[in-house]
Design a protein around this ligand. Structure first.
Ligand code: PEP
Length: 247
């Protein structure tokens, strides 16, 4: 929409190295003005590198997960305060890979969004149905349930988050939701948000799932799609920038 600044976020997942990231970050920094706000969510060890390379650039950075705990004996976890300490603007929470492989529940995801916001970091909350759920006609119920936990947990702060609709069957598969399928879910999500927050009309709702330079434009042209969460195509500067330019 014209009133919402589009946002395109790269989810690097567990990819990269100092050397590879260096090239990617330098290429992004060299891109010049983009029509979308751009950000990268990098593996934890590379937050310092992103912070250093992207300082004084308009491109934001952040992480792909956050601990629900503030501090303490939680071996292997990283707190929201630590992410804030590295200047993170965003954190992805509830990515389907974390829900699937790490058993993250709707309530845990909601709690993670809350701790992020409390430290001034914008959570990018991912929701989306599996193929079996879509085929069973459960898409609406599933995304509604996932979002509802976040709405109840964040209360009046809900308008400050970003939501990413990522159909699980479209992630990393080369299958993309049609623009109509994606828009239909985005409209449902925005209506659900509107019932909870006066800021729903200003909130950015991203689509994710095999977004590429050649399909980004038509997806981003949908009324309630305000940018994307980009996996595979975020690892190539030219593809990521082309997607940013499609917004
Ligand atoms: C993702 O994992 O957030 C994602 C959208 O991945 P891809 O673009 O590779 O489908």
């Amino acid at each position: 929409s014209e009133t919402r600044q589009p946002l395109v976020v790269g989810n690097w997942k567990m990819h990269g190295s100092h050397a590879v990231n260096e090239q990617l970050l330098e290429a992004l920094k060299a891109a010049g003005p983009l029509p979308a706000e751009a950000a990268v969510c990098v593996p934890f060890p590379y937050l310092a590198q992103a912070a250093e390379r992207l300082a004084r650039s308009p491109i934001g950075w952040g992480a792909q997960d956050v601990s629900v705990h503030a501090q303490g004996a939680y071996t292997g976890e990283v707190s929201a305060a630590m992410l804030a300490d590295f200047g993170s603007r965003y954190v992805i929470v509830g990515h389907s890979e974390r829900r699937q492989y790490h058993g993250e529940t709707d309530q845990l995801v909601a709690d993670k969004a809350k701790v992020a916001l409390a430290k001034g970091i914008t959570p990018i909350v991912c929701v989306g149905e599996t193929l079996a759920q879509r085929e069973a006609g459960e898409t609406e119920a599933v995304v509604k349930r996932q979002l509802s936990a976040v709405i109840h947990t964040l209360g009046p702060c809900v308008g400050e988050m970003v939501v990413a609709y990522e159909p699980v069957w479209a992630i990393g598969t080369g299958l993309t939701a049609t623009p109509e399928q994606a828009q239909a879910v985005h409209a449902l999500l925005r209506a659900q948000l509107a019932a909870a927050s006066p800021r729903a009309g200003q909130m950015r709702l991203l689509y994710g799932g095999s977004v590429k330079p050649d399909n980004a434009k038509v997806l981003f042209a949908q009324a309630d799609i305000d940018g994307g969460l980009i996996g595979g195509a975020a690892l190539k500067a030219e593809d990521f920038l082309a997607i940013c330019r499609a917004a």
